[in-house]
Design a protein around this ligand. Structure first.
Ligand code: GTR
Length: 324
């Protein structure tokens, strides 16, 4: 009797399971940052909205904390469709889509407000469109905030000369190695996940990033106790979708991704401002010394980098400078 009931139930269950499987799309979303970080929270919240708007037809599965690799590896996985949605810095996107390097240049933005005005306006949209139209097989949905990057080292740094002989970790893009070399140190490119051990073992003497990253990646516990406010890079981050996943969506779902991506951008921005304040306080409580400096010598030292990489974007750079 029991067996007969089971046999009757099985085909129905199988049919239902297979139709659910066809109807449901699970988007793998990835980030180097841990759970609770503003970018991760904003993408998770976008996933919840997506789930609600599609009655569970599209769901996100979040892979935070670099579990799928460093950003270079995750960009590659996004290009082939193994990752559906990726939040990444624009830094390591430069080698894949050279046009984005205009935002990766040192001191290209006057301050955070300037960067936000640029990414929220027509130039920001143009750059997203360039990524989507490039052969990189990624569709750029929205921007996110990565704040302002400053130096952190084991010995205090106040001027370019203090960086002499110091090996400083930079993100994987030759532009950043050139930037650090121009600032007076020796730029060494490596993945984010390797920095902690590299600091501990002396492979590098420092790195550069924003306060939330310095705190959550624990780099201050590996000896980087001096945070010198060079503010040399203000690099926006992006939310990109794999072209493979994108092409499987209906035009209506594509429009939904763009709309909710833009909402995630604005949500992340609020979370970001709170996180910078919060992690700055936490870092100070942990004994990290914030060194205020006049960063003009670093700005002047990096002029050759802007000349080298910016020459091809001369008009665009004028337009960026003109944004108020
Ligand atoms: C963080 C950024 C990450 C990653 C990291 C790094 O500020 O949010 O996307 O680029 O820096 O330095 O590798």
């Amino acid at each position: 009797m029991k067996i007969r009931r089971l046999m009757m139930a099985w085909p129905l269950a199988a049919v239902l399971a297979s139709s659910w499987a066809h109807a449901q799309t699970v988007i793998k979303a990835a980030d180097v940052h841990p759970q609770g970080y503003p970018t991760v929270v904003a993408v998770e919240s976008m996933g919840k909205k997506m789930d609600a708007a599609t009655n569970g037809r599209i769901k996100f599965q979040m892979f935070p904390g670099s579990v799928l690799g460093d950003e270079k590896a995750m960009i590659e996985q996004t290009q082939v469709g193994a990752i559906g949605l990726l939040r990444t810095s624009l830094g390591p996107v430069g080698p894949v889509v050279p046009d984005v390097n205009v935002f990766n240049m040192p001191f290209v933005f006057r301050d955070i407000a300037h960067m936000r005005a640029v990414i929220d306006g027509p130039i920001g949209q143009e750059l997203l469109d360039k990524i989507s139209a490039s052969p990189a097989r990624m569709v750029a949905l929205a921007w996110m905030d990565g704040g302002s990057r400053s130096l952190y080292t084991k010995k205090p740094v106040r001027k370019p000369e203090d960086l002499k002989g110091q090996k400083i970790r930079m993100m994987g893009n030759p532009l950043f190695v050139d930037t650090m070399n121009a600032m007076g140190g020796n730029g060494i490119s490596m993945g984010y996940g390797e920095v902690f051990t590299a600091l501990q073992t002396g492979v590098v003497d420092g790195a550069e990033n924003n306060p939330p990253s310095l705190y959550t990646a624990n780099h201050f516990k590996a000896g980087a106790k001096y945070y010198t406010q060079t503010n040399h890079l203000i690099i926006p981050e992006i939310l990109v979708m794999s072209k493979v996943a994108w092409d499987r969506l209906s035009p209506a779902d594509q429009a939904l991704f763009k709309r909710l991506g833009r909402e995630a951008q604005m949500e992340q921005r609020k979370l970001w401002d709170a996180a910078v304040a919060d992690y700055t306080t936490k870092l100070k409580a942990e004994g990290v010394e914030f060194i205020e400096i006049d960063n003009r010598p670093f700005f002047e030292a990096t002029a050759p980098v802007r000349a080298k990489y910016g020459a091809q974007y001369a008009d665009l750079m004028k337009r960026i400078a003109a944004v108020r």
